[in-house]
Design a binder for this molecule. Structure first.
Ligand code: KG4
Ligand code: ZN
Length: 469
């Protein structure tokens, strides 16, 4: 296809597009502009190659990182920064997967106080500790920022105010030491960390990502290429665990999930017959709002006083709370099991070579969840892969590792200017899908939701490979 720009010489085109260089997300911006200017495929490729080459020589060679060394895992050292929700985390990871340091500062006290994440409070808490957390990650790795090859930072999805704190810090470090920067998708990071802990894990695979804000089932076809098989139409499972813990008066200092898991061990999981959500919807989407309401009603009917801490409750009261926790957990996980079974079937139809089923995100640290999903994996002839609990909950390692995977594919942004003004508007993506929806799995309930803000990570990356037809 020869577009409007077809008559312009490549030199003129290059001159026109050169202004892209100092900005982030070179590829993304180039795609948008190339369709606006109606560039032909060969013109697009020419501009992209020239700009990348220009960047490599003018920006990279003036610093210690050389593009030819990118593939060498031992030489590559990346700092990962995560502030998308209520944990401020940083880690330093080597390209060969060696974790040099990992630091997490959680906002547990705020969670107890507000019973959930309050964005403004969370932003302030991130701002208070971000310098200390990043410095401590470098100190523990026995490194200084000068030793880094690049900085990776979560740019979405998550709370805009919180994401901004991490992005500012990452750009400050990258700007001062002229390091490339990699914008990371939080849910991709939860997925890919499984490839750090299990080096046999090859694409394609199926993944269930379960956290406080997300329930996602995906087919991971390749790095940056995901098909969304299902997602939450209202609350995520972690949110249901957190509210159940709060209403049962449990200790929220480690977040609600672990407290419910622990108490559930004492209870009878069949004592209360909660309804499994969405059984009549034969898709892979999730809903936890109804189950939350059922739990609240059950707690009301048992006269449980959440003001009385569990440690002071009578044995009868404790037993009632444990029965609710166990019954909630059984049904919350039954919902996962039913959806995962279908998702693995769908994925195997598209990619019969799939061997692995990854379960990650905060809720994946739950042992009951792991045991039940292990059974589903076995029934379907695939192997369950779960990262260790400290890498399932939000952490900087997953961000650094995702940065490494993309950096090695040549996907990164140039170093920001050293003196970037305070009021610079950054590329932050609070609502950012990971992949396109699987057409057969699209549900009415889902498609009626609000419009998304950003094109999916997959469409950006795949689009950069094939910009025009
Ligand atoms: O991935 P994550 O650390 O942060 C988000 O991205 O949301 O997940 C946090 C969620 C919280 O809702 C927390 O209650 C839940 O993970 N969680 C658990 C367990 N550990 C953390 N849920 C159930 N059982 C657990 N053991
Ligand atoms: Zn998370």
């Amino acid at each position: 296809m020869v577009g409007m720009a077809g008559s312009l010489s490549n030199t003129i085109l290059l001159h026109r597009f050169k202004f892209l260089l100092p900005f982030s997300s070179l590829h993304t911006k180039l795609i948008t502009l190339s369709s606006k200017h109606k560039l032909g495929k060969s013109q697009f490729q020419f501009i992209r190659t020239q700009l990348s080459a220009n960047y490599s020589t003018t920006q990279f060679n003036s610093h210690k990182t050389q593009i030819p060394n990118m593939q060498n895992g031992d030489d590559l050292i990346i700092l990962g920064i995560e502030t998308s929700c209520d944990d401020t985390a940083a880690a330093v990871v080597r390209g060969n997967g060696e974790i040099l340091s990992q630091v997490v500062s959680s906002q547990a006290d705020l969670l107890v106080q507000y019973g959930g994440v309050a964005p403004k409070m969370a932003e302030e808490a991130h701002s208070r500790v971000i310098n200390q957390v990043t410095q401590s990650a470098l100190d523990k790795a026995n490194l200084t920022a000068k030793d880094l090859s690049a900085v990776a930072v979560t740019i979405g999805p998550g709370l805009g105010l919180c994401l901004r704190v991490g992005v500012r810090k990452a750009r400050e470090i990258a700007g001062s030491f002229q390091l490339p920067i990699i914008g990371v998708h939080h849910m991709e990071a939860h997925t890919l960390v499984a490839r750090l802990t299990d080096r046999n894990l090859q694409f394609p695979f199926v993944a269930l990502l379960i956290s406080g804000g997300h329930n996602l089932l995906i087919l991971a076809r390749d790095l940056g290429h995901y098909i969304q098989l299902g997602t939450s139409i209202d609350d995520a499972i972690g949110e249901a665990y957190d509210k159940t813990a709060k209403w049962l008066g449990l200790d929220m200092r480690r977040s609600g999930g672990p407290a419910v898991e622990e108490l559930a061990r004492e209870g009878d999981p069949k004592s209360i017959r909660f309804k499994t959500p969405m059984l009549h919807h034969k898709d892979c989407n999730f809903s936890y709002a109804g189950l939350k309401t059922q739990v609240k009603l059950a707690i009301g009917s048992k006269d449980i006083d959440a003001e009385i801490p569990l440690s002071s409750a009578s044995s009868h009261d404790r037993r009632s709370r444990a029965d609710i926790a166990a019954s909630f957990q059984r049904v919350a996980v039954l919902h996962l099991e039913e959806r995962c079974e279908r998702a693995i079937e769908w994925a195997l139809k598209m990619e019969p070579s799939i061997k692995y089923f990854v379960v990650s995100g905060g809720v994946a640290s739950n042992l009951y969840v792991r045991a039940r999903l292990d059974q589903i994996a076995k029934n379907k002839g695939v192997q369950l892969v779960c990262p260790p609990p400290s890498l399932c909950t939000d952490n900087g390692v997953m961000v650094a590792w995702t940065g490494i995977e993309h950096f090695q594919m040549g996907r990164f942004d140039p170093p920001p200017p050293a003196d970037e003004p305070e009021d610079t508007v950054h590329d932050i993506r609070p609502r950012w899908p990971l992949g396109e929806e699987y057409a057969e799995g699209r549900s009415e309930a889902r498609s009626m939701r609000k419009a998304r803000i950003h094109p999916s990570l997959t469409s950006l990356i795949q689009g950069s490979a094939q910009p025009l037809s």
